[in-house]
Unconditional design. Structure first.
Lengths: 111, 121
């Protein structure tokens, strides 16, 4: 069983702070990694994907990947109440294969 | 950007009846459609993978005779829940792989439908 592990939270941060979300995965051969945001009752929406070790920045979001440690994280700078949602980490073992999802981390940004 | 239209967005049906969920790729051809199910407070669980023109591959524990998947064209895939029961009540989501992604060494992501909330009473 290929596992994707996330802390379920809730993670509570004040508005304007940095939110840090973490994810570990068991399949060492995984190729690409995704962060999705899911609001209650809605479908997941892609925030970022990363496939090389290191950091990748997109606006207020930074994804970090460490394949040796099998660890991927998402940093959200200047957190806003609208960022309150569940963040799903997903791992793709190979192009064309399905994504394996973690259970998600619930983030609450308080005004 | 790529869009997958999923219908219906919600449906309530009586126990024992069948329900069909459609996913259409509007501006691209989907060679592969992934069907997920999500129970409350749980993650997305892959149910099956279907390739255009081929039989679907079901995950362990998913009854293929109960969850019928048809992917007859590159723009349409359907999931039919047959003889639905209350335990089938869930959020069903499709996810499509663009035909143009074939041959790429890296997966840049798939396009998700908006989901179908099924309630069986």
């Amino acid at each position: 069983q290929k596992e994707v592990e996330q802390n379920s939270g809730p993670l509570s941060v004040p508005e304007g702070a940095i939110a840090s979300l973490n994810c570990t995965y068991s399949d060492r051969g995984s190729q690409s990694f995704f962060w999705y945001r899911q609001y209650s009752g809605k479908s997941p929406e892609l925030i970022m994907f990363i496939y090389s070790n290191g950091d990748k920045e997109d606006g207020r979001f930074t994804a970090q990947l460490n394949k040796a440690s099998q660890y991927v994280s998402l940093l959200i700078r200047d957190s806003q109440p609208s960022d309150s949602a569940t963040y799903l980490c997903a791992v793709n073992p190979w192009p064309g294969y399905a994504l394996n999802f973690g259970k998600g981390t619930s983030l609450l940004v308080t005004p | 950007g790529a869009v997958v239209s999923q219908h219906p967005s919600w449906v309530i049906c009586k126990s024992g009846t069948s329900v069909k969920i459609e996913c259409r790729s509007l501006d691209f051809q989907a060679t592969t459609m992934f069907w997920y199910r999500q129970f409350p407070k749980q993650s997305l669980m892959l149910m099956a993978t279907s390739n255009e023109g081929s039989k679907a591959t079901y995950e362990q524990g998913v009854e293929k005779d109960k969850f019928l998947i048809n992917h007859a064209s590159l723009t349409l895939s359907t999931l039919t829940v047959t003889s639905a029961h209350p335990e089938d009540s869930s959020f069903y989501i499709c996810s499509a792989r663009d035909r143009r992604d074939r041959g790429r060494a890296i997966n840049y992501g798939y396009t998700f439908g908006s989901g179908t909330r099924l309630t069986v009473v």
